[in-house]
Design a protein around this ligand. Structure first.
Ligand code: ATP
Length: 432
């Protein structure tokens, strides 16, 4: 590979010859001098091409924006240039010529309106050339680095679960059905059943990062049909509070990692413990604030927003766990709070007004699990593989499913979860 220098490293290279590579960000051609701003993945640098190097001058003159070039030159101090230095170009190689008719602008000037999201997503690779868009995934990388180091320090094992399932994992209402040779298969809407199998396998603590599919006809700013899920599952817990404790640790580790790499974001690392409010208490608080109640046992998006605002005002916290959902809002595999209780050991984590996690202690006692499934009107036959996990000894356990795109969306104050997704998929979008 050519020994090139990234723009971010140029400050240590004054008076040295360097090779830089990247896109033509802007080009200003004058009669005797050309100013070419080059953009690489780390920043922008001004390059000066003078008429005294006629071949280079001629090549540069005919460049189009967004062409890909390799420049050789000498780094010079230049207080007036962005970054305080520039490159006096001695050689210029065009690696790829860009069609001058760009379908969307890459360089958006001050007051120019940004292209509408659907059009930007059609040309996502051009959209992502904008440093602030690419930055989303750099922040995500740091968040995930923090999570992974937490998982590693706390003895989690990574697993990968399949996306093809022979039966719909939960109600069947939200799953994609696909042709699978001579039969039907379903795309996993959560890796949960297989994470639980890992606990029955004796792995004790597992995590995974993988695709999740939802066949929901949702057109909101927080729903997609495919998204990345972060999931973990832990054995030998005493209650859902253990899962909340672990998730707090993960989030703090992720936020600390972002803060270390991106101090300019001025991210607040959340204090532990995060507030925990039962759904009953949440409804009482919302009633006292005169917020219209939707469903009796659930929070509407508006209620999630309002309860988060309340927690921010009263407890100065961006996160809140809403706990102990009614059994009607709990899955058959959620353990009840105690025998005969109509509340379950389930919690949702809200961050700045939206849900980013559902977590729970699962029911590991096969007789109770079967009864809860029957009570929900489910047939046991399609569940037999899952139910078998619990017939030969399985530790008490629980876990969480986290939506990192929603987390990143709120960390960076983006308007839509799609902006935090490399190539979004939704009801209308299957391209590029
Ligand atoms: P919601 O009530 O917002 O539709 P959910 O209850 O269906 O979410 P879960 O099934 O608990 O969500 O999924 C776990 C996490 O995955 C959610 O907390 C959220 O962060 C994320 N998530 C769920 N559905 C979507 C989606 N369609 N697009 C993007 N992220 C999602």
């Amino acid at each position: 590979m050519i020994q090139s220098t990234h723009v971010s490293e140029l400050k240590n290279k004054a008076e040295q010859q360097v090779i830089v590579q990247g896109f033509v960000h802007t080009l200003r051609v004058q009669s005797k001098i050309i100013f070419l701003i080059l953009r690489d993945t780390t920043g922008l640098v001004q390059n000066i091409i003078e008429i005294s190097t006629p071949e280079v001058f001629e090549t540069a003159k005919n460049l189009s924006h967004e062409s890909v070039v390799r420049i050789t030159g000498i780094v010079k101090d230049a207080p007036q240039a962005p970054g305080g230095f520039e490159i006096g170009v001695t050689a210029l190689e065009v690696l790829s010529h860009a069609n001058p008719e760009l379908p969307i602008p890459v360089v958006v000037k001050g007051s120019d309106e940004e292209t509408e999201a659907p059009t930007r997503f059609d040309y996502r690779w051009l959209d992502l050339r904008k440093p602030e868009k690419a930055n989303v995934f750099k922040v995500w990388t740091e968040l995930e680095k923090g999570f992974r180091s937490y998982w590693s320090e706390n003895n989690f094992t990574q697993i990968y679960t399949p996306s093809f399932m022979s039966t719909p994992s939960e109600t069947g209402a939200e799953v994609f059905e696909v042709n699978y040779f001579d039969r039907k298969a379903y795309l996993a809407q959560s890796p949960q059943f297989y994470k639980q199998m890992a606990i029955a396998s004796g792995l004790e603590r597992v995590f995974m990062v993988g695709p999740v599919f939802r066949a929901e006809e949702s057109f909101t700013t927080r729903h997609m049909t495919e998204f990345t899920g972060w999931d973990f599952e832990v054995g030998f817990i005493e209650s859902h509070h253990d899962i909340m404790d672990l998730e707090e640790g993960m989030i703090v580790a992720g936020f600390e990692q972002i803060k270390k790499t991106f101090p300019e974001l001025e991210l607040t690392v959340p204090a532990r413990p995060f507030p925990r409010i039962t759904i009953v208490e949440a409804k009482e608080i919302l009633a006292s604030l005169n917020v219209e109640s939707g469903e009796e046992h659930d929070l509407s998006p508006e209620e999630e927003k309002k309860i988060s605002e309340y927690v921010k005002n009263e407890m100065n916290h961006d996160f809140v766990f809403i706990t102990e959902y009614h059994k009607s809002k709990s899955a058959f595999y959620h353990m009840r709070l105690s025998e005969g209780s109509d509340r379950s050991r389930r919690a949702d984590l809200l961050f700045k007004g939206i849900e980013i996690t559902t977590l729970a202690q699962r029911e590991h006692r096969i007789d109770i699990l079967e009864k809860q499934a029957v009570d929900k009107g489910m047939h046991l036959e399609p569940l037999k593989d899952y139910l078998n996990f619990f017939r030969y000894g399985c530790p008490p356990h629980g876990g969480a499913g986290i939506g990192p795109a929603r987390l990143i969306m709120k960390v960076l104050d983006l308007q839509n979860v799609r902006e935090a997704t490399y190539i979004p998929r939704d009801v209308k979008r299957l391209n590029p």
